[in-house]
Design a protein around this ligand. Structure first.
Ligand SMILES: Cc1cc2nc3c(=O)[nH]c(=O)nc-3n(C[C@H](O)[C@H](O)[C@H](O)COP(=O)(O)OP(=O)(O)OC[C@H]3O[C@@H](n4cnc5c(N)ncnc54)[C@H](O)[C@@H]3O)c2cc1C
Length: 436
């Protein structure tokens, strides 16, 4: 079969790889100049490795993506970096049962209740009964007001804003259940890993068209028409080729609102259902520094302070060796926000001005150490998972025959990630293979 895949993020790459293994003819359209999607990286000429635009790592139980890396002989690194919380203007390591039981900002009773709640979620294998419960109500009841208000409410509110009260316990369960102290990272960065997948797909006959935006998908009973346009002025398809190609099947890996925009024949009822699924964008200000920012060696710092303008500070070089980045220290200042939020309209200097007083509380002299900064924004990065999400997750099949949707909003009960993008790609490929 002749199959088009729209998007060369990890869902598109893994679906392509599976379909190519079965001998299908696969065309991959990607509007950006390279693969990786939300996990895409960039390179600086002084660096040996690429760096993600938004912080990325794998948990050691992210088996789908790790197995895919192994299948193509891609090297993976495993480390145990430090994860901490910022509470009452101080950093506390909080990434083991001992840390929880000795956490000085809570009474002994509160610590026991918090440890009991986390322990229950970790050992409980059943997410289904939890999905009808709201996270905030459950945590308040089980661990009590003190632990909830000090640690968890600020994190939920910083991450989800106005949606914090809607989040299902199934989402929180997944976050606790999947967390491993050891983290993994593809040698050379996620961009290098994505490029290796492209190479493997090309070896099997995959045809990649970068800088090529799909503008319209029209479904027919027997075939699907794709209209595309070259972007950035770089020709991606051979000259003289028509801007419309017919395929037997198309897999779309874009967020739902983008899928709707380019697929005009979708029925209104289906479009409304997709549009009722909510999500947040992400913004990351990356600072390249001469000196370490989080001096205690913390890699991941969750900010438990509702006044903070930042959701998390991630010091990548407290996880991966700084020698891969010309001995620079790299921090991400991350936020999840609706795309119409004022921060989303700001440039990097305007944003740093807002973040600055907060950053100075942690490291008063960091400004002197800045080499450079870069700002990255994406409109859709984190689905909102309300109660009973299983009832509204869209299936791969769409009302238009031969057009399939496989995107970040179908990852459930686990929280979105490249591991689940790989799994999604494999599953949608499997469905198409079965049907062919
Ligand atoms: C801030 C942040 C932190 C994250 N942290 C982690 C982490 O630590 N670990 C982890 O594993 N995951 C993490 N993730 C999640 C992970 O990046 C995503 O779950 C995963 O990359 C989604 O892959 P995808 O292929 O489904 O979608 P996408 O990556 O969104 O791929 C869709 C692709 O389609 C392309 N496209 C869009 N429109 C068109 C068009 N019209 N024509 C052609 N191409 C088009 C896009 O350019 C993109 O490449 C994080 C994400 C963010 C934003």
């Amino acid at each position: 079969m002749k199959i088009a895949i729209v998007g060369a993020g990890f869902t598109g790459l893994s679906a392509s790889f599976e379909l190519l293994k079965k001998g299908h003819e696969v065309f991959i359209f990607e509007k950006d100049s390279g693969p990786g999607g939300l996990a895409v990286g960039f390179r600086i000429k002084e660096w040996g490795w690429s760096l993600e635009k938004h912080y990325h790592h794998w948990f050691s139980n992210d088996y789908e993506v790790v197995n895919l890396a192994r299948e193509i002989n891609y090297k993976i690194l495993k480390k145990r970096p430090k994860t901490s919380v910022y509470v009452d203007n101080k950093i506390y390591q909080l990434d083991s049962p001992i840390n929880v039981l000795t956490f000085p900002k809570l009474s002994f009773v509160d610590r026991i209740k918090m440890a009991g709640t986390i322990g229950f979620l970790r050992i409980n294998p059943f997410w289904k009964p939890l999905e009808k419960i709201k996270t905030d109500e459950f945590l308040l009841t089980t661990m009590g007001k003190n632990a909830y208000k000090k640690i968890w409410e600020p994190q939920l509110k910083n991450k989800f804003g106005d949606f914090a009260k809607d989040i299902s316990l199934a989402w929180f369960w997944a976050r606790i259940k999947k967390r491993t102290p050891n983290l993994m990272y593809p040698y050379g960065g996620f961009l290098s890993f994505a490029e290796s997948l492209v190479k493997e797909c090309k070896k099997k006959g995959g045809k990649f068209f970068f800088n090529t935006k799909v503008e319209e998908i029209r479904g027919g009973d027997k075939s699907v028409k794709i209209k595309y346009k070259m972007v950035n002025g770089k020709p991606a398809l051979p000259a003289g080729r028509s801007s419309m190609i017919n395929f037997d099947k198309v897999i779309v890996t874009l967020p739902s609102f983008s899928f709707i925009k380019i697929t005009p024949d979708l029925p209104k009822e289906y479009k409304d259902k997709l549009l009722s699924l909510k999500g947040l964008g992400a913004i990351n200000l990356v600072l390249r520094l001469k000196n370490q920012f989080l001096k205690d060696g913390t890699y991941w710092l969750s900010i438990c302070d509702q006044e903070s303008p930042i959701t998390a500070i991630v010091e990548h070089t407290n996880f991966m060796d700084k020698k891969n980045y010309n001995n620079e220290h790299i921090i991400y200042l991350g936020n999840y926000l609706p795309f119409d939020h004022t921060y989303m309209k700001m440039d990097k200097d305007e944003l740093l001005k807002i973040y600055d007083p907060f950053l100075k509380k942690i490291n008063p002299n960091y400004q002197l150490s800045i080499i450079n900064s870069q700002l990255f924004k994406v409109p859709f990065a984190q689905p909102i998972i309300p109660v009973n999400y299983s009832r509204i997750v869209p299936p791969f099949e769409t009302p238009l025959k031969n057009i399939y949707l496989a995107n970040i909003q179908q990852v459930y009960p686990w929280d979105r990630g490249t591991n689940y993008a790989v799994e999604l790609g494999q599953k949608v490929a499997e469905l198409i293979i079965k049907e062919s």
